[in-house]
Design a protein around this ligand. Structure first.
Ligand code: FES
Length: 415
């Protein structure tokens, strides 16, 4: 099912107790991290539990607040991170059939991604070659072609200009020169990547810096899009990602919600180039101690958080996938927009299943929107006060330090 919701805000309901983000569920035939890796990570979790430790960064990191409130810095981020890097547009299940399309404008480039009749995913500038009208809005399904809503020029799903109404008035216009402008796009292991710059080179495996085989094991191509929601909030785009990157706050900020289900201040961290994997064990992982290693299933007892640099957080939640894709809004250092794509292992066929996933999605959003995001908004307003020029990342926040350092390095690498 393809479904877009223009914007979302939730009212805290009396039933709000525990986040679906961390709830227990039953996995339904989804893929896994390679089992040897699961065993290694589980052993690391037990070692930390036994020693009352967590993964540590080499040093405390002092991070300039200008990373969050400098217009010049944001301009560099937009120019480099959102134009030169592959951006994850979604998982394959979001475009299951020929003619399915989605659009994305928040990189600063109007993008339309479509599955063509040969089954390939293609991306184009969402700009008609007549007088520049937008071809499509939102997401949905088109037929054999895109038809411009202004004067009716039509384009094949491969981007070729097919039809010009009253073509005699355009004598000499070569249709071969007026196809849609194509963007580099690739579908790999169930993930759809686009670089918003025509002619750029896209190598998904190289981009993922060794993480590709692990992601491939999840079998993302088999997931089904349940729903996409779009949220705009008033803080820097990177703060959305920051909030996923340490469990140090679980015992305090989430003391009455998800905190009791997870270990506060315990995570594993692994970097893959600028990307990262953060393993957040649930307390239920202790049950694995009674089982032979061959039976260890780490995924059931963790939230696996991946940052796919620069702007995506992929959370593997036992039986479903949350994809958070985050962008700055225009030139505003203190405004962001995020897509939450909620992908599930089986198509919804019953009303009870629909209610189950509705509850999961609502509670997922409530957890971040009612506890994490208000703190982020407060941080952003505090930055404006110029109370301090730098933030402090403890050694117990290695994923956070890695993400912010990776951005610093990416910006510094381009003159
Ligand atoms: S702008 Fe598209 S047909 Fe005229």
């Amino acid at each position: 099912m393809l479904q877009c919701v223009a914007d979302f805000s939730c009212d805290k309901g009396p039933e709000f107790r525990l986040s679906a983000m961390y709830c227990c569920g039953v996995r339904q035939g989804v893929g896994d991290v390679e089992h040897a890796t699961q065993v290694r990570l589980t052993r690391e979790v037990f070692a930390h539990l036994d020693a009352n430790t967590t993964a540590l960064a080499p040093d405390v990191m002092y991070h300039a607040t200008s990373a969050y409130d400098s217009p010049e810095r944001l301009a560099r981020e937009k120019e480099i991170l959102f134009r030169k890097y592959p951006l994850l547009m979604g998982l394959s299940g979001q475009l299951p059939n020929a003619g399915d399309f989605l659009t994305d404008d928040y990189s600063g480039v109007p993008i339309v991604v479509v599955r063509d009749r040969g089954g390939d995913v293609r991306a184009f500038l969402n700009v008609c070659r007549h007088r520049g009208a937008r071809l499509v809005e939102g997401c949905g399904k088109t037929g054999r072609a895109f038809s411009c809503p202004y004067h009716g020029w039509s384009y094949s799903l491969q981007g070729a200009l097919m039809g010009i109404p009253d073509k005699d008035s355009f004598a000499g216009v070569d249709k071969a020169d007026r196809g849609l402008v194509e963007l580099p796009a690739i579908e790999r292991d169930g993930m759809i990547w686009v670089i918003p710059t025509p002619g750029a080179e896209l190598d998904a495996d190289a981009h993922l810096c060794g993480l590709a085989p692990e992601l491939a094991n999840y079998g993302f191509a088999d997931y089904h899009l349940y729903e996409t929601r779009v949220l705009r909030r008033n803080f820097n785009w990177k703060m959305v990602i920051d909030t996923f990157l340490e469990p140090y706050h679980f015992g305090v900020l989430h003391a009455n919600t998800v905190g009791p289900l997870l270990f506060p201040n315990l995570c594993l961290f692994d970097g893959f180039g600028p990307h990262l994997r953060e393993t957040l064990p649930r307390r239920s992982i202790e049950t694995l101690r009674d089982l032979p290693e061959a039976d260890w299933d780490l995924i059931t007892h963790t939230a696996m958080v991946y940052v796919l640099f620069p702007n995506t957080v992929l959370v593997m939640q036992i039986d479903h996938v949350e994809l958070w894709r985050v962008y700055p809004v225009a030139d505003n250092v203190d405004e962001c927009v995020m897509y939450l794509d909620f992908l599930i292992p089986e198509p919804v066929e019953t009303e009870s299943a629909r209610q189950h996933w509705d509850r999961n999605m609502d509670l997922t959003i409530r957890t971040v929107d009612e506890e994490d995001f208000p703190v982020s908004a407060g941080i952003q307003s505090g930055l404006a006060s110029k109370a301090q020029s730098e933030l402090v990342f403890g050694r117990n926040e290695p994923a956070l330090a890695h993400f912010q350092s990776s951005i610093n390095e990416a910006l510094a690498a381009v003159r």
